[in-house]
Each structure stands twice: as C-alpha cells, then as structure tokens.
Design a protein. Structure first.
Length: 127
C-alpha cells in the first residue's frame, strides 16, 4: 500500500491533484441515485480518520454517473497498488467505450467511429 493516493483533478484552477493519506482511509462510499439523504451518482465520498479531530469526509465530483462499484473500485485499486511506495494514482475508468464501425467480415484494421471517454474528476472538497 502506497503512503498516499493521488486523485488527478481537471478544470480546477490551482489544484491539479489532491493527495489522501492511504492509512487514514476508513471507507469509500459510492454515489447513488439522487434522493433524500442519498449521495448523487456523480459524487463519491472518502471517509478518513485524522486521529486528532475525528472523521473527515472528502467528496469527489466526477463527470460520470457510472455503476457505483466502478469509481469505488478505482479508488480501492489505488489503495492496494504500489506496496511500499509513496504515491499511487487513482485511475480514470472508462465512461463511454469506443465505438467501432459496423463489421462486415473485413480483416485487418478496424475503424473506430468514436473514441473512448474516460471519467474526469472535476472537484474535491473536504468537510
């Protein structure tokens, strides 16, 4: 387990990434459908224990309302990766897969009509 996980942020002026102490992470909570008391599907919460002031929450905002396990899985994979290392980066899961052209028995190069789109983490706020 790396000492910190790094979450790359896009479109956040002056904050291209955020570092979270891996050993302080207690839980990762996936977004769900919007409703009373529920976290929106485009948000994910990381609950940490600072040891001094109790629990803190890091709320990540991302571009995709993916299956909850996808973002949580990317964060958990970053926590497990790079044993003995300093930093492990949270990956950006695929939001929209690439779309190849219709196949009609052709061989060789396959034309892609739409490139894959990755999830973008757009904001991070501690509470």
């Amino acid at each position: 387990m790396a000492k910190f996980i790094k979450i790359p942020l896009t479109n956040v002026a002056g904050q291209p990434e955020i570092l979270v102490d891996s050993s302080s992470i207690v839980s990762v909570i996936a977004g769900n459908v919007a409703g009373p008391g529920l976290l929106p599907a485009t948000k994910t919460r990381i609950l940490t224990n600072s040891g001094v002031t109790g629990y803190q929450t890091l709320e990540l905002t991302h571009t995709a309302a993916l299956a909850p396990a996808t973002i949580v899985g990317a964060i958990n994979d970053a926590i497990k990766a790079n044993p003995g290392g300093i930093i492990s980066t949270v990956a950006s899961p695929v939001n929209t897969p690439q779309a190849p052209a219709a196949q009609s028995g052709q061989q060789g190069r396959i034309v892609v009509t739409a490139q894959a789109v990755q999830v973008i983490y757009t904001a991070a706020a501690w509470t």
